[in-house]
Design a protein around this ligand. Sequence first.
Ligand SMILES: Cc1cc2nc3c(=O)[nH]c(=O)nc-3n(C[C@H](O)[C@H](O)[C@H](O)COP(=O)(O)OP(=O)(O)OC[C@H]3O[C@@H](n4cnc5c(N)ncnc54)[C@H](O)[C@@H]3O)c2cc1C
Ligand SMILES: NC(=O)c1ccc[n+]([C@@H]2O[C@H](COP(=O)([O-])OP(=O)(O)OC[C@H]3O[C@@H](n4cnc5c(N)ncnc54)[C@H](O)[C@@H]3O)[C@@H](O)[C@H]2O)c1
Length: 465
Amino acid sequence: MRHFDLVIIGSGSGNSILDDRFADWNVAIVEKGIGPNDAYGGTCLNVGCIPTKMFVHTADIAGAPDAGAGLGVDLERRGVRWPEIRDRIFGRIDPISEGGRQYRAEGSPNVTLLTGNARFTDVKQLTVQTADGTETITADRFVVAAGGRPVIPAVPGLDQVEVRTSDTVMRLDELPSSMIIMGTGFIGAEFAHVFSSLGVRVTMIGRSGRVLRAEDEDVSARFTEIADGRWDLRLHRKVVAAEKVGGQVRLKLEGPDGEETVEAEELLVAVGRTPNADLIDAAAGGLELTDDGKIAVDDTQLTSVEGVWALGDISSDHELKHVANHETRVVQHNLLHPDAPISSDHRFVPHAVFSGPQIASVGLTEQEARDKGVDYVTSTQDYAGIAYGWAMEDTTGFAKLLADPSSGLLIGAHIIGPQAPTLLQPIIQAMHFGLDARSMARGQYWIHPAMPELLENALLNLPLG
Ligand SMILES: Cc1cc2nc3c(=O)[nH]c(=O)nc-3n(C[C@H](O)[C@H](O)[C@H](O)COP(=O)(O)OP(=O)(O)OC[C@H]3O[C@@H](n4cnc5c(N)ncnc54)[C@H](O)[C@@H]3O)c2cc1C
Ligand SMILES: NC(=O)c1ccc[n+]([C@@H]2O[C@H](COP(=O)([O-])OP(=O)(O)OC[C@H]3O[C@@H](n4cnc5c(N)ncnc54)[C@H](O)[C@@H]3O)[C@@H](O)[C@H]2O)c1
């Protein structure tokens, strides 16, 4: 039985743990391979953030004729070369993934790469199913960074149709003429934007009355209105059956007007992700789980077993790469300095939805502030009320801020509109460094007439006495 100083399960964020400071550690990385190509490097690189945003940017360009029409510029989108788009994107990503694998397999003398599925068989003991057979390994320390995977809901007949998930939909052979998207969360909203901008007829199905309903209620309501104009939006619907009819997928829905069916060439299921704690048999390793099946960790990312840390989607409340990266740095420090551990900072975790329009958010939504009984004031500034918004003829975007009325400190910020994630960053900075709204608004220059004037005005409009 081989014994290591450290075993890392998962090559996504887990791959970033190792740097020169670990050069004299005997380390094993175990990775089963992700996506249709069993790739190295985890979700974000291969089937998540990076390819999706490359498709989103392409979709934004494909949408230029619509944007131009309102400005008096007539553009024509003559076509979309899907295979070229797909191959350009993965032509860049796949070699990075393969380079990462090779570096760990051949270029890191102190690292053993084991390719295969890892399962705990005891505390600090792992069995790895490789192509060469089964190997059991032990280690002094473990980092569990095994991520999550898409959920496929239990709908009668769904196992009989070809279901796409975010793992597979970006590599379709051909661009379909129509697509049903089940789910109205991050992935649904981003892919609906991508595929509808590329000319696919999209039908989106949601259980509730809102798209992106976890967002601030005003943002979610505005996004839902816009989505309703961009694709066929069926809300308050339950999918009760699925079948294959000819080359099409047909779903039976139950909704406010009774039963209905929808058909399309492709079906994308985007109803959330589940942590891979079951795949690694966390329980056999003595790792306690949370109620939602994630590996329980304390604020230093330590699990219930001494010497075993977890990070990222398998243990975090936030399934976001910047959170996984932050937790990776915390684990890295705590591996190297066990006597002086540091904690993760999850106070102000931002997120963005790269759809059309874009959304970015940090801190409390108005409904959360209300539910928690937090004292707050709020202000909303439309893009239409700032000079750059006039330039863009934007009529739907806005920034909404929430602040503590006594200290003037920001407690939440929500932006829907062009460049929302970029615009949000100074607010994240203000929240982290305790900058109050008035000092932020008046204590610095704001470039005129640039988009951040949206924030300057929203800050000035806060009724702070
Ligand atoms: C479509 C999509 C778009 C996204 N876009 C964004 C975005 O724009 N911004 C953002 O912040 N976040 C985004 N995310 C979320 C982000 O990708 C994840 O939060 C992040 O990648 C999680 O990293 P991780 O290291 O925890 O897990 P992963 O990167 O998933 O790594 C886990 C690795 O463990 C391996 N593994 C699992 N089980 C085993 C096992 N038993 N044995 C061996 N290996 C195993 C897996 O194969 C995988 O490679 C997106 C996610 C998706 C799906
Ligand atoms: N831009 C980004 O940062 C980004 C992009 C994509 C994904 N992600 C991460 O990946 C995670 C997963 O994304 P997602 O969109 O799959 O999940 P999600 O949690 O954002 O949305 C899932 C949606 O599916 C609905 N749903 C759940 N079960 C259902 C069912 N049986 N039938 C119909 N609808 C159902 C939920 O109500 C919800 O609206 C996100 O939570 C996010 O953390 C981030």
